[in-house]
Design a binder for this molecule. Structure first.
Ligand code: SF4
Length: 552
């Protein structure tokens, strides 16, 4: 042994190793060129765009300068100093789940990542404590069965992300050009009508995404949904990748559809392909890698999967996926697929028996998705006392308490009522969905959450609608509340009133999802918010008077 603590043989080995490092110096950075490590997926896709003569958009330039996942330290230092980021730095910060939402609010918003919308009472309590200490005293349930914390001062941003991680919630990639929270059947594993419990697949996909750096190289955001055939609608056809459980002559598979983006008036398209559950992660990975290679990095408006499919055609795109997989995908004719019964409209609310004898789930109404601190703690407490400590968020901006024995149902309902929440809603309020709106989002033309609450109260006082309807209010064309697939879809708009501009909406009708799948059409532009109630009331009155039997 020498005084370095290494044996002579070890020292010789180290000398050789360091000589190799010296020889390769300058070529070791990702994409470092000839003789170095191969370029990562992001650099390779950008290089291909440039080689074709394309000019990268500024967001791609920022990613090219340094991979956003490698910029945690500078983001953390900026936030710790109390400063909010400039736009392009904010874009980078979103890779870590923090969004600067100025000028609507001089604050960060943190979007969580809750795979399939399922979390534990312990996590919900922890989220409420983070909101109490570091954010506004509430949490919003989103249309991706997720939670958002808002009004976070700059200096508390990093603490929010760190404390979430300590709860097992990693908000990495919940904004910017990444794969968003995976949505799935919220009644997975408890639903009498489901064909498969989606939880194992969702969990595997979630961890595959979080732990595969190449999948943070997308040209634009990406949505994935997994439907097990349960009674609660998942809106899977609005996703870039949608997997829906079906029975085939060869057994259970997921039917694959691609390219849904209802804000651009397109549902996910059939591919004719079915996927075995155990192969779904690998197939999703291959689809994502083709999207990374082929997606448009020169025009943000054309950077979603839909436009790759428009350009290559479905067969062309699937051919590239099969090339990556090194095998043909399985195809089954639509006529040979057996689907679960369709989900129930407003099936996300109310008391329902589970497939486990003697157990029930309760769909709780959460008005426009907002839960206060006492409600967050109260829901966690009810889940623990009466159920299995499980809370399930839905894409309808509400939540489900599961695993409640028959004998505890009444007490559980009392506990929910004591929180000023309920499990029943009118046919108007049961499908009321609103995005953040201009109280917290700079893109919004209107205060969607406030107008949604006012509209529901106005209508409920004047009309008893006898069938469930969905009313969605979205603040801008990004369509987070998916106005095109609602029975009544309201898109924020500025409305001229004399010399002033007031908040209002373009009124759409006739949209639908699932069995009622259809893109709504605008029938009345620029309705001022204070004229919205009478306009929608007249519309509902005419529908109830003139409809054919069963007409939506
Ligand atoms: Fe903001 Fe527009 Fe999304 Fe509403 S739809 S939350 S206004 S980006």
């Amino acid at each position: 042994m020498t005084d370095t603590g290494f044996s002579g043989e070890q020292q010789e080995y180290l000398k050789g190793f360091m000589a190799g490092v010296e020889a390769r110096r300058g070529t070791l950075l990702p994409g470092g060129g000839e003789g170095g490590a191969p370029p990562d997926a992001l650099r390779a896709a950008q290089d291909a765009t440039i080689a074709r003569g394309g000019k990268l958009v500024p967001q791609e330039d920022a990613k090219r300068e340094k991979h956003p996942l490698d910029r945690w330290e500078e983001m953390a230092a900026r936030a710790a100093s109390g400063a909010f980021p400039k736009p392009i730095d904010d874009f980078i910060g979103r890779y870590h789940g923090l969004f600067f939402v100025g000028p609507a609010q001089d604050a960060f918003m943190c979007r969580l990542r809750i795979p399939g919308g399922i979390l534990s009472a312990h996590q919900l309590d922890g989220i409420a404590e983070i909101a109490r200490d570091c954010a506004g005293p509430y949490a919003d349930v989103t249309t991706r069965a997720n939670l958002q914390l808002r009004e976070i001062p700059a200096a508390r941003g990093i603490e929010v992300v760190a404390r979430l991680a300590e709860l097992g919630i990693i908000p990495k990639g919940t904004g910017a050009d990444n794969i968003r929270n995976i949505t799935a059947s919220p009644t997975a594993g408890i639903d009498p009508q489901e064909l498969v419990d989606t939880r194992p697949l969702v969990r595997a996909l979630h961890h595959h995404i979080l732990n595969t750096r190449d999948l943070f190289a997308l040209p634009r955001k990406f949505n994935i949904s997994v439907c097990g055939g349960g009674a609660v609608e998942v809106l899977e056809e609005t996703n870039d990748i949608s997997l829906r459980a079906v029975e085939t002559p060869s057994g259970l598979r997921y039917r694959l559809t691609l390219g849904g983006i209802t804000g651009h008036r397109d549902f996910a398209r059939p591919t004719g392909i079915v996927v075995k559950p155990e192969e779904a992660v690998r197939v999703c990975d291959a689809i994502l890698r083709v999207f990374i290679a082929e997606g448009d990095r020169t025009d943000r408006k054309k950077a979603r999967l839909k436009y790759v499919l428009d350009r290559l055609g479905m067969e062309g795109f699937v051919g590239l996926v099969e090339q990556r997989l090194g095998a043909a995908l399985e195809r089954v004719a639509e006529a040979d697929l057996r689907h679960a019964p369709p989900p129930a409209k407003h099936g996300h609310l109310g008391i329902h028996a589970q497939k486990q004898a003697g157990l029930n789930y309760i769909g709780v109404v959460t008005p426009v998705g907002r839960l206060t601190l006492p409600q967050l703690h109260g829901i966690a407490d009810a889940a623990r006392r009466f159920g299995s400590g499980t809370i399930r968020l839905t894409v309808w901006q509400n939540l489900i308490l599961s695993d409640i024995p028959d004998a505890a149902l009444s007490a559980a309902c009392d506990a929910i009522a004591a929180l000023a929440l309920g499990w029943q809603a009118s046919n108007i309020r049961g499908g009321l969905v609103a995005c953040t709106g201009n109280a917290g989002c700079k893109f919004a033309a209107s205060n969607t959450k406030r107008h949604a609450a006012e509209l529901a109260a106005f209508l409920e006082a004047r009309i008893a609608v006898d069938a469930p309807i969905n009313i969605h209010l979205t603040g801008c064309h990004h369509s987070c509340a998916q106005h095109y697939i609602a029975d009544i879809g309201l898109l924020g708009a500025k409305v001229e009133r004399g010399e002033d501009l007031v908040e209002g909406y373009d009124l759409h009708v006739g949209g639908g999802s699932g069995p009622e799948q259809k893109i709504g059409r605008m029938i009345l532009p620029k309705v001022a918010a204070d004229a919205l109630g009478p306009a929608v009331l007249a519309l509902l009155g005419a529908w109830m008077r003139d409809r054919a039997p069963g007409e939506t």
